[in-house]
Design a protein around this ligand. Structure first.
Ligand code: GLN
Length: 542
């Protein structure tokens, strides 16, 4: 099978949404019956995204095989059926690392190792390797044309297309149309950006122009004239109310039709009803709920990209709008007390690292438990829930986590003995998909409608089994465990104690999709909506 390639670059400014554009193109091609894979090439030098600050870089997305990758892989998986791996995200750091290793191993037989051809060839090989057995491979280059550091990647895709030919590979460039308040649309930055691409030998085939308002035909003509891109390949990439509208908008603009025409592919008409239904659920909800999102990086929404999305999917599954009230856990407790949690219909305690803000998270758990407000704790959120329960219900007042109080004998959360001595960042975490067995008859088993699940992990610390009998005796239900290593995966409270209280050590948000909302988020939002209903009834009967 001849794999076809789509190379996506960006120009003018960063942050135009190349990731969503690539993901949407993937969705459109799948809707025409094609198989796709998607790949992101990041020009920065870090070997992977694992050690990067979430404030700066956004969420670290974890693949099934345990790679810590760029958050765009999250968009790719959410919009398509592709299951991505460590092969689908490469950085300059990894490319150099693998070339240098080969050089040390004598693989180049003493030749001088250079950017051209060795680095470029390595990039080309990685692209080929990640594109096996699919109809179309979508390859996105991070950064903006003109960046010094992205040059080797640009040269690699230029050569790649030269080798495979226009009918097997096309270039899509994303740019920005500048809009002035007096109504003028400015195309010059787009022209310059395409000029910059041509300087390095890349003539784009399709332009997606981010624009606030639809470009009139005469603007498209002008762009076409000055960039050598066919008029009907100049696509409006308009601002839309929901990111899930992007595939539909691109389709209306004729983007997928143009892609298959250029790539000489004959496919069926796209079947886009599921996307239309999803957008309809999102835009026309029958009700709404407010969820407290308690975390540490809440000012930086990108840091919780998958979680924000998964909560929205939970809303879509229920046709309910989910309003998120972001709460910096450091602001909980203290002078505001727990006022910030007033009036919410569900409380989510987010994943995180480091001690800052953990007291507030523990207070949020306690509030949810005592007030019987639907609660979902994820990763650090589970650890906080276990500590809260240990302190306030199981009467272990010093209960803590080895992450914050290493020498405390009452650490209910700690490193496993085999992890001791593995200090430091990078590589010491439980990463990727692991199985869990759910206990029959528990809330979580009914939520999944299954007793065997596989979910993705990214953490170091675990619930200490030594404390489990005391916690269980006090009423905590250990509802899910890793089958072989006997690690706690999920906890909950009994239905007599609480209507919906679940926490998990893994990250369910990484597997939720708009067309397939994750059952935990769907059920959490159902519970929040019911809670809201019962609150209303109580108010009305007063
Ligand atoms: N910091 C905790 C750990 O390493 C939780 C990590 C997380 O929430 N992803 O175990």
């Amino acid at each position: 099978m001849q794999t076809k390639y789509i190379f996506i670059t960006g120009g003018v400014v960063s942050g135009l949404g190349k990731g969503i554009a690539g993901a949407s193109i993937g969705a459109l091609l799948e809707s025409r019956g094609l198989t796709v894979s998607l790949m992101k090439l990041d020009p920065y030098i870090n070997v992977d995204a694992g050690t990067m600050n979430p404030f700066q870089h956004g969420e670290v997305f974890v693949t099934e095989d345990g790679a810590e990758t760029d958050l765009d892989l999250g968009h790719y998986e959410r919009y398509t059926n592709a299951v991505l791996t460590r092969k689908h995200n490469f950085t300059t750091g990894q490319i150099y690392d693998s070339v240098i290793r080969k050089e040390r191993a004598g693989k180049y037989l003493g030749r001088t190792i250079q950017v051209v051809p060795h680095i470029i060839d390595e990039i080309k090989d990685k692209i080929t390797e990640s594109s096996q057995n699919v109809d179309v491979s979508i390859v996105e280059i991070g950064g903006t044309v003109g960046d010094i550091e992205s040059l080797p990647f640009m040269e690699a895709i230029r050569q790649f297309r030269h080798d495979c030919g226009r009918e097997n590979g096309i270039f899509i460039h994303l740019t920005l149309i500048v809009y002035f308040e007096n109504g003028e649309m400015k195309t010059k930055p787009t022209q310059h950006s395409v000029g910059k691409l041509r300087e390095i030998g890349i003539q784009p085939d399709i332009l997606i122009c981010r624009t606030k308002y639809q470009m009139p035909q005469k603007i498209k003509n002008k762009i076409s004239l000055f960039t050598n891109v066919e008029e009907d390949a100049v696509i409006n990439g308009m601002d839309v109310a929901s990111v899930y509208e992007v595939p539909l908008m691109f389709n209306e603009e004729g983007l997928d039709e143009k892609i298959v025409e250029y790539l000489h592919m004959w496919t069926g008409r796209p079947k886009l009803q599921p996307w239309a239904d999803t957008v309809d659920c999102f835009k026309n909800p029958v009700g709404e709920v407010t969820i407290a999102f308690v975390g540490k990086y809440v000012e930086h929404r990108d840091s919780y990209e998958s979680l924000n999305e998964a909560l929205a999917h939970g809303g879509i599954a229920n046709r309910v709008r989910v309003n998120l009230r972001y709460i910096n856990s450091e602001e909980l407790g203290g002078t505001h007390g727990l006022d910030l949690l007033q009036g919410v219909h569900g409380i989510l305690v987010a994943p995180g690292f480091g001690e800052r803000g953990t007291d507030g998270k523990i207070e949020a758990v306690q509030y949810a438990r005592v007030q019987k407000i639907p609660f979902l704790g994820i990763c650090l959120g589970l650890q906080m829930a276990v500590i809260e329960f240990a302190r306030n219900v199981a009467k272990i007042p010093n209960a803590g986590s080895g992450e914050f109080t290493p020498n405390n004998k009452d650490n209910v959360i700690d490193l496993m003995p085999e992890q001791a001595g593995q200090e430091g960042t990078g590589g010491s975490m439980r990463l990727g998909g692991y199985p869990a067995v759910l206990k029959k008859g528990t809330l979580i088993a009914s939520v999944y409608d299954s007793e065997k699940i596989v979910e993705r992990h990214r953490h170091r610390y675990e619930v200490m089994n030594d404390f489990v009998p005391r916690l269980e005796k006090a009423g905590l239900i250990i509802s899910g465990r890793h089958p072989n290593r006997d690690l706690v995966e999920t906890i909950e409270l009994a239905p007599e104690e609480h209507p919906w209280f679940i926490a998990c050590q893994y990250h369910p948000e990484l597997k939720s999709k708009p067309l397939k909302p994750h059952p935990l988020f769907a059920s959490f939002i159902t519970a929040a909506y019911q809670y809201r209903g019962s609150e209303k009834e109580a108010e009305e009967s007063l």
